[in-house]
Design a protein around this ligand. Structure first.
Ligand code: PMP
Length: 435
């Protein structure tokens, strides 16, 4: 089977085999086939080294193969890998639920349920909110991203490439504008539109939940203004609507708080978590107010792999590392370091870098435009820089409704040296593409 193992194959060889073997819908950003990864570095099958500013889309917040996480997983594998938490449960799931209940923002007693992916967590949060309220309507926001299953696609507010030709989506889902002052949508505008939605399409008393990302991820790394989060909290309280914070991308120290909704100081009713939760092992959770979580009777929630023991062991170690290595504070410091460098770049290229978003820890972005105009997205430049970054050994990602936002998601364990080295590469590539 030496040929199939293919250790001597190049990235191009593997790309050809991938294209032949895997559906093209599951595309890849770069033709970089990973051989191994450690900390904030990745090596491909051609032994080329990359600095990782993507962390597998905000997953490896504690870096690749953190020794504590590796050890916890190895120890769990010595014991057992799966029994199904709904059949014969185990200590790590209980301990992780206790820990998440303690970490979730706000004073109300909390409970947790586990699933495997972020989209599943969102699906279950909606089920719980509907069961608790006896209502059907769910409101999400323009540019929001909540997953690729049919319910979550219905909530996701971006057609291309996610929703094209996949409809119909489930009913009773509604959408309101997300406030982005940079694009001329103020908090007051967004609240007015929500009020209008309540008058035109769904009465608040028919509304089970409002779901929002405290920092929009795929939609462009726009933080929800604190005043908007506070106003939504009040609206939910007034009408008995369940406030769901989708913390799947923004959670686990990423934004300089353990959870991003802490920036606004609000307590969501339910919160979804995945990605950074288990540092690379598939695990997701819904954490929320105990009386809401318990609206669903036994057997109403779950899944075969819900709360995998390997994922739970990894997550307990990830949380320990976040606490021991003070990664919440480190995320804020990383954001500040990026800001300084990106602002210097913007001074030289004010017509190309329209906006810098670096006040939510290590969830950092720049928006590329033409003529310094927010409404003239420069996706071509973003694409050119992206390609050159990979060619120069830097893993980065784009996002945004127009694909013109560069996002930076380094591990929170990254050293200043690697961070600066990565930023040097980015700056060099940016200048090369901009001139
Ligand atoms: N919600 C948010 C905010 C996300 O960023 C993502 C993933 N990008 C999801 C939900 C879906 O998670 P998953 O891909 O694990 O299903």
């Amino acid at each position: 089977m030496a040929e199939l193992k293919g250790t001597s194959l190049t990235n191009a060889d593997w790309q050809a085999r991938k294209n032949a073997a895997m559906a093209r819908g599951e595309g890849n950003v770069a033709s970089v086939f990973v051989e191994r990864a450690q900390g904030s570095e990745i090596w491909d099958v051609e032994s080329k080294r990359y600095i990782d500013f993507g962390t597998g889309i905000a997953v490896c917040n504690t870096g690749h193969r953190h020794p504590k996480v590796m050890q916890a997983v190895a120890e769990q594998l010595e014991r057992f890998s799966h029994t199904c938490v709904m059949v014969t449960p185990y200590d790590s799931a209980v301990m992780l639920a206790e820990k998440l209940n303690e970490l979730a923002p706000g004073p109300s007693p909390k409970k947790t349920m586990f699933v495997t992916t972020g989209a599943e967590a969102v699906e279950n949060a909606v089920k719980i909110a509907r069961s608790h309220t006896g209502r059907r309507g769910v409101i999400a926001f323009d540019g929001g991203y909540h997953g690729r299953t049919l319910m979550t696609l219905g909530l996701t507010g971006k057609i291309s490439p996610y929703k094209n030709r996949f409809g119909p989506f489930p009913g009773d889902l509604w959408r309101a504008p997300f406030p982005v002052p940079y694009h001329g949508v103020s908090v007051a505008d967004a609240l007015r539109a929500l009020d209008m939605l309540f008058k035109t399409d769904v009465a608040p008393e028919d509304c089970a939940a409002i779901i929002i990302e405290p920092v929009q991820g795929e939609g462009g790394f726009y933080p929800a203004p604190d005043a908007f989060m506070t106003a939504l909290r009040e609206i939910c309280d007034k009408h008995g609507i369940v406030f769901i914070a989708d913390e799947i991308q923004s959670g686990f120290a990423r934004t300089g708080k353990f959870f991003a909704c802490e920036h606004a100081g609000i307590e969501p009713d339910l919160m979804t978590a995945a990605k950074g939760l288990a540092g690379g092992f598939p695990l997701a959770a819904v954490v929320g107010k105990a009386e809401i979580m318990d609206a669903v009777g036994p057997g109403g929630l779950g899944g075969t792999y819900a709360g995998s023991p390997v994922g739970c062991a990894a997550a307990l170690a990830v949380i320990d590392v976040i606490e021991e290595e003070k990664l919440v504070q480190r995320a804020a410091a990383i954001g500040a370091r990026f800001r300084t460098r990106l602002e210097a770049l913007q001074k030289t290229y004010p017509h190309l870098i329209g906006d810098i978003r670096a006040d939510r820890g290590a969830m950092i972005a720049i928006e590329l435009v033409h003529d310094g105009d927010a409404e003239k997205p420069n996706a071509a430049l973003a694409k050119a820089i992206l390609t050159e970054c990979y060619a120069n050994g830097l893993v980065v990602l784009t996002c945004g409704m127009d694909g013109n936002v560069f996002r930076f998601l380094p591990a929170l364990t990254i050293t200043d040296d690697l961070l600066d080295e990565g930023l040097d590469v980015f700056e060099r590539v940016f200048k090369g593409a901009a001139e």
